[in-house]
Design a protein around this ligand. Structure first.
Ligand SMILES: [Zn+2]
Ligand SMILES: [Zn+2]
Length: 380
């Protein structure tokens, strides 16, 4: 899985090819019958990483269209298929992002690949909508230490952006952030800083300077300054990042309590994983870059508690809430103590409600969902 896979070079056609490595396939998924693998290992990797989520969704997009006599019917069918391909692209993109934030790089690859294939099916092979998928594949490879495929995917992304007029700020921000990540790993810190400044510029143009999207760039910059031993800058960047997340999560939680949270405002799995990863690493920073504000540890732990209360995990929310309360009580007249106490109470109530309703749940067998469904088939 470390080599670059370019679905363009190896289009899926008459010969069945492995979903993951595009070598000749000998195994078929028996739940959808439209997905093929070279061996059980690749089938298992794909199932765990993404296929179990999209198995049934792949059936209509990979099954030949029925014969329609009317042109209107044909057009309607084609439009429906494109809609489903876009849906597949979005699902697999979110899954890949989540795995990347969790640092499960190998597991993110199958989802990132599916997102590239779905984008190509929906939009064509040289469209700007392919860029997010190229960047996911680049990031997964950076995480795995496979820098040469990462550079290849990044150069496709860059090439696509260059030949697209009116490319959105979001695409520019994502491209520069990914380049920054690659250059950090390569140890080219000055050039990485240049790309991250661009990332922050484009992200703040699109989302605002104090948005959670923009602060992801500040967080990466802090990593560079940490490597350069510039602790005063690290401290102020961490303070900024913590403040941004704290105020964002406070607003979301307030809305959730008032029941005015709209679906667009709720977290997706990827954002949740990103916030968790960032906040946890700030909670565990070395002493020398932690204390610009005395209430910083309380701000970070409170943010994590809010994150998990919003994410329906009252146990984790309570754990971080208690930690936040301890930290806030070390700070004289800390304004956070009261909201943290309220949160601990809410999390406690949620946990109690969950444990009371638990015995009523029907037992479910998780062994079932992991079961392999495959048949061997002969080619040709
Ligand atoms: Zn394979
Ligand atoms: Zn399947």
């Amino acid at each position: 899985m470390s080599e670059v896979i370019n679905p363009l070079a190896n289009p899926k056609g008459a010969n069945k090819l492995c979903e993951l490595c595009e070598k000749p396939a000998y195994i078929q998924c028996t739940k959808c019958f439209v997905t093929f693998y070279c061996d059980r290992e690749h089938q298992n990797d794909d199932w765990v990483a993404i296929h179990k989520k999209v198995c049934q969704l792949l059936i209509p997009v990979r099954t030949p269209a029925p014969y329609y006599t009317l042109e209107a019917e044909r057009e309607h069918h084609a439009a429906q298929i494109v809609q489903r391909q876009k849906q597949l692209m979005e699902i697999s993109q979110t899954v890949a992002e989540k795995k990347l934030f969790e640092k499960s790089y190998k597991e993110s690859l199958p989802a990132a690949l599916l997102s590239l294939r779905s984008a190509m099916d929906a939009y064509g092979t040289s469209c700007v909508q392919l860029v997010p998928a190229y960047l996911l594949l680049a990031e997964a490879n950076i995480g795995l230490g496979n820098l040469s495929p990462a550079e290849q995917y990044l150069s496709w992304a860059e090439w696509t952006v260059l030949r697209t007029t009116n490319c959105s700020q979001t695409v520019h921000h994502k491209l520069h952030r990914c380049m920054g990540r690659l250059l950090i790993v390569k140890g080219n810190l000055e050039e990485a800083l240049f790309h991250l400044s661009n990332d922050i510029y484009y992200a703040s143009e699109e989302y605002g300077q104090d948005s959670i999207v923009t602060c992801g760039g500040y967080f990466l910059m802090a990593d560079i300054f940490f490597k350069q031993g510039k602790m005063d800058i690290v401290r102020s960047l961490y303070t900024e990042v913590a403040k941004t997340w704290h105020s964002h999560l406070s607003k979301l939680l307030e809305k959730q309590i008032k029941d005015t949270l709209t679906p667009e405002e709720t977290f997706d799995e990827a954002q949740q994983a990103e916030a968790d990863q960032m906040l946890r690493s700030m909670l565990n920073v070395p002493e020398e870059c932690s204390t610009e504000r005395a209430d910083q540890p309380a701000v970070v732990a409170h943010s994590l508690a809010m994150l998990w209360l919003l994410g329906n995990d009252p146990k984790k929310a309570l754990e971080f809430g208690k930690r936040a309360l301890l930290s806030s009580q070390l700070v004289p007249d800390c304004s956070l103590t009261e909201p943290i106490q309220r949160l601990v109470q809410l999390a406690g109530e949620d946990l109690k409600a969950a444990s009371e309703s638990w015995p009523n749940l029907s037992p479910c067998s998780s062994a079932h969902s992991q079961h392999q469904h495959s048949i061997q088939f002969s080619q040709g």
